[in-house]
Design a protein around this ligand. Structure first.
Ligand SMILES: *[C@@H]1O[C@H](CO)[C@@H](O)[C@H](O)[C@H]1NC(C)=O
Ligand SMILES: *[C@@H]1O[C@H](CO)[C@@H](O)[C@H](O)[C@H]1NC(C)=O
Ligand SMILES: *[C@@H]1O[C@H](CO)[C@@H](O)[C@H](O)[C@H]1NC(C)=O
Ligand SMILES: *[C@@H]1O[C@H](CO)[C@@H](O)[C@H](O)[C@H]1NC(C)=O
Ligand SMILES: *[C@@H]1O[C@H](CO)[C@@H](O)[C@H](O)[C@H]1NC(C)=O
Length: 398
């Protein structure tokens, strides 16, 4: 029985533990404690409290719908008295996470397909038919040359084209903007969000408001920061822009809705924050093609059957709504992971103090001897061991 209980038994009944060297040195002791304190402060103060290392996180998903309201009256040419409502100036009427409000327009009414003189410029001016090659066109022209040189007005002659006539003249952009009154339009933004991981959902129309409040309120950062109805002028102003200037050439605005929620607190504390920004290049002087515009046409048929259209070159502001944010909630797993990695960091103190003790102190050789057990290379070790045994033997014989 005793015979078989050799190395295996020894292994079972033995316990080995590393030996620790205690160094009584004031300098090193203080450094050790200071480093440990710093690491503890980092783990508790920064990782756990500030960065909320005890929480699990999820980011926002959600939907946005918008409704613009307001009317404008214009009485400038070519439209004499004309009223504009949302169906006229919101183009298209539905878009994903954005909406476009027309603020300025160049109208070319009653265009029909036919022959008419091209707009005068250095390429299209002509003296005789020879200057106008029949069938020629390029991407900048309004139509195909017919080969004739005709009068544009009393002074100028230009090449005749086959096109939608009369051709649009967009050399002068109306200033002030035709629909500058859009400054007073409002938009209702309805936003539903969810944090799926926490089974939490909410919308930006808070639960504590009444229907009558919602009819009359208007977003105001100081007095009414949770009203979901925004005046277009206010949003542009908050972005540091002048609405009437922006309205002339158009532009792109961003509405950022930020939901940063701490779900360890009551749900009523989870509220949206709105930020407004201008997204396109705001430096008109430095850009070649400033603002934002596009063309569309409304088609109809004359009583005699010819197809006619009204061409709109619209300038306006495109509002893009972006949704972002995240929520955190206590969870034991990230808490343990962060505490564990924090404790592991405490090992840094030991490493640092070892470096000081073994390399920077005056008595570092002494400490080295105390800390390490020196072992020779195997062959040398055998040699020294036998000679050690020999001296011992000789000692006993004496
Ligand atoms: C274009 O229209 C503006 C005014 O709207 C006018 O001053 C200009 O002369 C027109 N250009 C041409 C080429 O007809
Ligand atoms: C906006 O409304 C205010 C008052 O309701 C008015 O004084 C202002 O002229 C309006 N702005 C525009 C551009 O129509
Ligand atoms: C999510 O919350 C709702 C009530 O807010 C509850 O009815 C539903 O059972 C919850 N779902 C899960 C998966 O917990
Ligand atoms: C609704 O609750 C928010 C905070 O949760 C508060 O700031 C706001 O004033 C409340 N609104 C009304 C109309 O009571
Ligand atoms: C149709 O009527 C329009 C004006 O209403 C006129 O300009 C056009 O020449 C007519 N077309 C034909 C083919 O008669």
């Amino acid at each position: 029985m005793a015979g078989c209980c050799t190395s295996v038994c020894d292994f079972i009944v033995e316990y080995d533990t590393p030996r620790i060297v205690l160094i009584k040195n004031r300098k090193v002791g203080v450094v050790n404690r200071v480093v440990q304190l710093a690491i503890l402060a980092y783990v508790i103060g920064w990782v756990l409290v500030w960065e909320k290392g005890y929480q699990e996180f999820d980011s926002t998903i959600g939907s946005v719908t918008t409704k613009v309201k307001g009317i404008a009256i214009t009485n400038s040419t070519p439209l004499e008295e004309h009223i504009w409502d949302a169906a006229d100036y919101v183009i298209p009427s539905q878009e994903e996470n954005s909406f476009f409000v027309m603020t300025n327009v160049i109208l070319t009414k009653n265009q029909v397909q036919g022959r008419c003189p091209e707009l005068p410029n250095e390429r299209t001016r002509c003296k005789s038919d020879i200057d106008c090659a029949s069938g020629y066109y390029n991407i900048h022209s309004n139509g195909v040359l017919t080969g004739k040189c005709v009068k544009y007005n009393e002074e100028v002659k230009t090449c005749e084209i086959f096109a939608w006539c009369p051709v649009e003249n967009d050399t002068v952009i109306p200033k002030p903007a035709i629909l500058g009154a859009a400054e007073n339009f409002t938009v209702l933004i309805k936003n539903n969000i969810a944090f799926p991981k926490f089974n939490f959902s909410k919308r930006n129309i808070l639960t504590n408001v009444s229907a009558s409040y919602l009819k009359s309120c208007q977003f105001n950062r100081k007095n009414d920061p949770f009203c979901p109805i925004f005046r277009l002028g206010d949003m542009v102003q908050e972005a540091g822009q002048d609405f009437q200037k922006l309205a002339v050439q158009g532009g792109v605005m961003g509405i950022l809705i930020e939901w940063n929620c701490n779900l360890d607190q009551p749900p009523s504390k989870c509220v949206p924050k709105y930020v407004f920004r201008r997204l396109d290049n705001k430096n008109f002087g430095e850009t070649i093609s400033p603002g934002f515009n596009f063309r569309f046409a409304k088609y109809f048929r004359n009583t005699n059957g010819t197809e006619t259209r009204t061409l709109f070159k619209t300038y306006g502001i495109r509002f893009e709504i972006e949704l972002f944010g995240h929520a955190g909630k206590f969870n034991i797993i990230p808490t343990m992971i962060n505490i564990g990695s924090g404790l592991a960091l405490l090992g840094m103190a030991t490493i640092l103090c070892d470096i000081i003790v073994l390399y920077f102190l005056k008595k570092s050789n002494y400490y080295k001897e105390k800390k390490y057990k020196y072992v020779e290379d195997y062959e040398l070790g055998i040699e020294s061991e036998t000679s050690y045994g020999a001296t011992q033997n000789s000692g006993t014989t004496n």
